[in-house]
Write a protein that binds this ligand. Structure first.
Ligand code: SF4
Ligand code: SF4
Length: 356
C-alpha cells in the first residue's frame, strides 16, 4: 500500500514567515488527534545545531508543533541526545546551554527540553528488534518512555551516509552513547601519508584527540577514534580515507536498525516532518556555518520515516540534476538506509505525494 505523504511547497529562498504558514497548513492535515490522546507525553525530536551552525530548523517552527500538541491536551516536550564526541553537545548541561543560545528553551517554545539519554548520554533502554544486524539496540530511555513522537528533521547531505534526514534523526539521534558507538564502529578512517601535508587541522579538530603527528604526517589512533567522520570532510588534501562503499553501507544499515528500535513500541504513534529548507552539504552537527547547496523545496509530513526520506531524495532529484545525498557525496548511495529500513519492516519506499 502506498504511504500517504503531504507536501507544502515553499519558494526557493523562503523566509521564516512563509515556513510558519506552510507548517500551520500541514499540521491539521496530519490529524494528530488520531494518534495522540489526552495527557500523552509527546517527544518532539529535533536538532539544535552545533555552535556555529545557523541552518538548523528554527525554534519558531518547533513552537508551532508544541502549540498544536497542547491544543489536544497532551504534554509535549522537546527531546534530544548528546553526541558521541566531545564539544558543545557532549552532555546534557552543555547541550542545553547551546540549545538556549540557539533559541530553544522553555521560554521560547512553551515546552520543556528533556535530554532523552540523561546527563551523560548513557541513560538507555535495551530494545529488542527483528533486525538483521542486531537483535537488540540501545535507545535513549525517555524516547522509549514517550507515548508518541514527532520527528522533525532537517534533510542535509552527510559525509558517511550521503543523506541525513528522518532515519538518521531517529536512529543516531535517539540512541544512547553506547548505541552511537555501535553504529559508528564500522567507520575506520586512515591517513594516506603521501597526500598528508601535516597541516595539523585534523589534529586540532578531532573531538576525541585520536589524531597525532607521526613521522611528519597525521596518524589516527584506531582505539581512540569514535568514527564520527569529521576528519574526512575536513581535510582539504583528501588525505583522510575510509572505505567509502562498504563502510557507508554498513553504517546506513545500522542506523536503519536503530531507527526501528527508536519507534518499536509506538510505530503507529509517530509523525514525521522533513523541513526541506537551507539544505547543506554537511549535517547540522558540523560546527561550521554552511551555505545551502540547493533551493528550498517545502515541508513534507507523514507517518512513515522511510517514505518521507525517499520522497525527500526524489523531490531534490526532481528540481536538481541529482538527489541531495549524491550532490553531497557523489561516491555514496544514500538509498542503502531506505532499502534496509524497508527490509526490516520499518516502513515503505512507496508513497503517494499529496500537495496541499
Ligand atoms: S588535515 Fe589532512 S593534510 Fe592536514 S594533517 Fe590532517 S590529514 Fe594531513
Ligand atoms: S573519525 Fe576522525 S575526527 Fe572522528 S574521531 Fe575518528 S579520527 Fe577523530
Amino acid at each position: 500500500m502506498l504511504k500517504k505523504l503531504y507536501y507544502c511547497k515553499l519558494s526557493a529562498h523562503s523566509k521564516l514567515e512563509e515556513r510558519l504558514t506552510a507548517l500551520s497548513r500541514l499540521l491539521p492535515v496530519l490529524n494528530f488527534k488520531s494518534r495522540i490522546k489526552q495527557n500523552y507525553k509527546v517527544g518532539i525530536k529535533t536538532h539544535f545545531g552545533d555552535e556555529n551552525n545557523d541552518t538548523h530548523i528554527a525554534p519558531e517552527l518547533i513552537k508551532v508543533v508544541v502549540n498544536h500538541i497542547k491544543n489536544l491536551h497532551a504534554l509535549p516536550f522537546i527531546t534530544e541526545t548528546s553526541t558521541l564526541y566531545s564539544g558543545s553537545l557532549q552532555n546534557a548541561i552543555q547541550h542545553l546551554i547551546l540549545a538556549h543560545k540557539h533559541g530553544f528553551s522553555y521560554g521560547s517554545l512553551g515546552a520543556p527540553i528533556i535530554m532523552a539519554d540523561g546527563l551523560m548520554g548513557n541513560t538507555e533502554i535495551k530494545v529488542e528488534i527483528p533486525g538483521i544486524k542486531y537483535k537488540s539496540v540501545n535507545i535513549a530511555r525517555d524516547a522509549v518512555l514517550a507515548d508518541a513522537l514527532v520527528i522533525i528533521s532537517h534533510p542535509t547531505g552527510h559525509i558517511l551516509t550521503g543523506l541525513g534526514a528522518a532515519l538518521k534523526n531517529l536512529g543516531m539521534g535517539l540512541s544512547s552513547r553506547k548505541g552511537k558507538m555501535k553504529q559508528h564502529s564500522s567507520i575506520k578512517p586512515y591517513i594516506n601519508s603521501t597526500k598528508c601535508v601535516n597541516c595539523q587541522v585534523c589534529m586540532k579538530w578531532c573531538p576525541v584527540d585520536a589524531i597525532v603527528e607521526k613521522e611528519n604526517v597525521a596518524y589516527i589512533i584506531e582505539e581512540k577514534c569514535v568514527g564520527c567522520g569529521e576528519c574526512i570532510s575536513l581535510c582539504k588534501y583528501d588525505a583522510v580515507r575510509f572505505n567509502w562503499g562498504v563502510q557507508s553501507e554498513d553504517i546506513q544499515k545500522r542506523i536503519a536498525e536503530y531507527a526501528l528500535g527508536a519507534v518499536q513500541n509506538k510505530k503507529d504513534k509517530c509523525f514525521y516532518i522533513n523541513v526541506m529548507t537551507d539544505m547543506t552539504r554537511e549535517c547540522d552537527c558540523m560546527n561550521i556555518k554552511q551555505k545551502p547547496m540547493i533551493d528550498d523545496l517545502g515541508i513534507l509530513g507523514g507517518f512513515d520515516p522511510v517514505a518521507i526520506d525517499q520522497a525527500t531524495l526524489d523531490l531534490t532529484r526532481k528540481y536538481n540534476k541529482t538527489d541531495l545525498g549524491r550532490l553531497s557525496e557523489p561516491k555514496l548511495d544514500p538509498t542503502v538506509q531506505l532499502d534496509h529500513a524497508e527490509k526490516i519492516g520499518l516502513g515503505s519506499r512507496s508513497y503517494e505525494l499529496i500537495e496541499i
